[in-house]
Design a protein around this ligand. Structure first.
Ligand code: SME
Length: 149
């Protein structure tokens, strides 16, 4: 859950900083992690052929640096062409664990026109940590990222 004023302030700050960043994607992940305490792991996976390849992230290192389309919450988002909000990862049979502390997850696709080019993946430690306000903010961030690639 993100208050609308906080989301607006975040996006204004991101705009200011992204224009001058060497790596706008890494900057966006750092700013998300710093601003939103319920984002315990936040990173980008880029779609390369039929696999998602880990890009910049903030949080514990993960062994899932390459995820085939269709696998896990991340691969399902691409296979279905739909963002995913998972209130409790323990109830998802094909969930790929990054941390034993993770309880919820949100995946928002990055698109260029109709093409999926990647996704922003966020893990939370509380069940039900993410809702439509998180999806709206991440969708806005995804649009900005798409304009830089
Ligand atoms: N949980 C994801 C894998 C990525 S890690 O959370 C960083 C999944 O099920 O696809």
């Amino acid at each position: 859950m993100i208050a609308s004023t906080k989301a607006e302030m975040f996006l204004t700050r991101l705009d200011e900083l992204m224009d001058h960043a060497d790596d706008p994607a890494a900057l966006a992940m750092r700013l998300l992690a710093e601003t939103l305490p319920h984002f315990r792991w936040v990173g980008i996976y880029w779609l390369e052929g039929d696999a998602l390849v880990l890009g910049p992230y903030v949080g514990e290192p993960t062994e899932h640096d390459r995820i085939p389309v269709g696998r896990g919450v991340c691969g399902t988002a691409v296979a279905e062409g739909k963002n995913q909000i998972v209130p409790d990862v323990r109830l998802v049979s094909n969930y790929l664990a990054c941390s034993v502390k993770t309880r919820s997850e949100i995946v928002v696709l990055i698109r260029q026109g109709d093409q999926i080019v990647g996704q922003i993946d966020v893990d939370g430690h509380e069940p039900g940590a993410f809702d439509a306000t998180d999806e709206a903010l991440l969708t806005a961030v995804a649009k900005k990222l798409a304009s830089y690639i």
